[in-house]
Design a protein around this ligand. Structure first.
Ligand SMILES: C[S@@+](CC[C@H](N)C(=O)[O-])C[C@H]1O[C@@H](n2cnc3c(N)ncnc32)[C@H](O)[C@@H]1O
Length: 243
């Protein structure tokens, strides 16, 4: 899958050379291309921003260099389709469902703002708008990195263990069950006996129940939206009946 980024700071995406995403780039599973709108300016100072019409603080990103950068990426891709996503605190909140949908694309183009934000006409150049959450960053780059990481890890071959992407928080609309490793006892806290029992059915039941419990306690909103089986509802009743 190809990830394209339009950013004033392409060097921030060198971070994707680290760890599993670095390996995925070496293996050709993902391909990352960051371009700066400054390359598509015509003046000596390579200006990409200007003061807002109507007055006010800060600088606004001009549409021209962004449009040119997007055209350049289209050409470099040989006309193959992409989905253009603007990172903005005004967008739909990014979720695992977005990551899943994006991971089915051949190419994703992420457009990062800076300063006071974009000229409104940049919105007309993209297919959708995504926010990392209800807070304001200095720029879209940290949000774009999060989108790339969440999306790329769902691609076949990126994670060492394929199971990891299906058996985890948000994969099925629930939070993940508690995980333990050695030692068996740490500062007086023991690993639950069932996990050392070797009884796979009992372990699976315990994990499902704890996943439901955790979601009920921390994110009841997710539980309302999750598809629950008859067994899940019985487990929830058991949890609710506990003292
Ligand atoms: C300082 S912000 C501009 C915020 C803008 N004035 C507003 O109120 O919507 C600069 C850039 O950072 C990025 N950004 C900031 N917060 C973000 C968030 N929560 N999610 C995604 N991108 C964000 C956007 O690309 C934005 O254009």
């Amino acid at each position: 899958m190809r990830f394209e980024i339009v950013t004033l700071f392409p060097e921030l995406f060198d971070a994707l050379r680290t760890g599993l995403l670095g390996k995925a780039q070496d293996a050709g599973t993902i391909d990352v291309e960051a371009v700066t709108p400054r390359e598509f300016t015509t003046d000596r100072h390579r200006t990409v921003d200007d003061s807002p019409y109507g007055g006010g603080s800060g600088m606004v990103l001009m549409p021209g260099p962004f449009a040119e950068a997007l055209d350049h990426l289209d050409e470099a891709r040989g006309g193959n389709p992409t989905r253009r996503v603007l990172l903005t605190p005004q967008g739909a909140r990014f979720s695992q469902a977005h990551a899943r949908r994006f991971s089915e694309l051949e190419s994703l183009t992420l457009v990062c703002g800076r300063y006071e934000g974009f000229d409104e006409r940049i919105r007309g150049l993209v297919d959708e708008e995504v926010s990392l959450g209800d807070f304001v960053l200095l720029g879209g780059e940290a949000a774009a990195l999060a989108v790339i990481e969440a999306t790329a890890r769902l691609l076949p071959g990126v994670l060492g263990n394929e199971q990891s992407a299906t058996d985890e928080s948000h994969a099925e609309g629930l939070l993940e069950y508690p995980q333990y490793t050695r030692p068996e006892e740490f500062r007086g806290e023991k690993v639950p006996d069932v996990l050392r029992s070797g009884n796979h059915a009992a372990i699976a039941r315990w994990r499902r129940k704890e996943s439901l419990r955790r979601t009920l306690e921390r994110r009841p909103d997710l539980l309302e939206a999750a598809e629950l089986s008859k067994e899940d509802r019985e487990l929830l009743e058991e949890i609710r009946a506990e003292p």
